[in-house]
Design a binder for this molecule. Sequence first.
Ligand SMILES: [Zn+2]
Length: 364
Amino acid sequence: MRLSEIVSIFESAAPLAYQESYDNSGLATGEPEMEIHKAVLCIDITMAVLDEAIQCGANLIVSHHPVIFQPLKQLTGKSSTEQILIKAVRNNIAIYSAHTNLDNIYTGVNHKFCEKLGLEKFRVLIPVQQGLKKLVTFVPESHAEAVRSALFDAGAGNIGNYDSCSFNSPGQGSFRAGEGSNPFTGEIGKLHFEDEIRIETIFPSPVKSRVIRALLSAHPYEEVAYDIYNVEISNEQAGSGMIGELSATMNEIDFLRKVKNVFQCKVLRHSKLLNKPVKKIAVCGGSGAFLIPAVLSAGADVFITGEIKYHQFFEAEERIVVADIGHFESEQFTIEIFYDILKKNLPNFAVHFSSINTSPIYYL
Ligand SMILES: [Zn+2]
């Protein structure tokens, strides 16, 4: 399997356009045409993970945190990052990362977080703004179904928990094919009327090029007529954090013990308990404390994230319980998302879950 094909599978699932401005997700090392035969999946790339990849015969490492985060001006081996990069290149190992783009997509880090906690009815806490576009196209009736399916497969037509959303109205299209054209229907030089369906659907702007490619390949016409409009509503399919509900209320200490058990944390730091039953739970993998004000507005009972500083605990204002379970612990299941993406698209591809806990934090 070519590296470029694997990269495109990951970027179809988690488009790079969803990454935050400070991030550096994507391919860090490796030539797109190289053949990949096995991948190691991990959260962080350390020298130990690189050695693990070499030992198990993998030539791709897929990580959550990018190996290059700060721009590099030299590659001389003076830092551990540079040493990892040099060794990866010498051993012909490609490195690919999906970081904040995987945090922000609906089926990403926080979706997995909610699943692990057994939450129901979960939704994105702060949806991305101005992230949607509308596509309108005109398709001969015989091909309407094929074009709709291709658009939906490319990521169009998702609204909330509904997929395959479109509006379809019949009408007549007209055209006259000119010299040198090769019309799908009608004759050169003659005005032609064709029964067509006007298909309208919506898509997130990061998948625009994929949606257009799908339209052009499924549509039978030589010249495809389509319009794209900006839509001024937020994109509920992507954004920061998630909020959901427990199937039944729990008392807060039992719930926190459950969290500690699910994420296998040695330590769980939390704000003052409020002696209230809890049901509505907000989550954010990694450093999510910036979401505390949004969690308060959303009326959650508890907020679980991977990093909360001392002063940020005060922001809970004794209205909710906020809990810090550790950055690595909160993102550890992200490798299952990588696995799911690869297995769905390449069922026979060899993958290896890194057995190394790369958290740099130890507890006495
Ligand atoms: Zn992280």
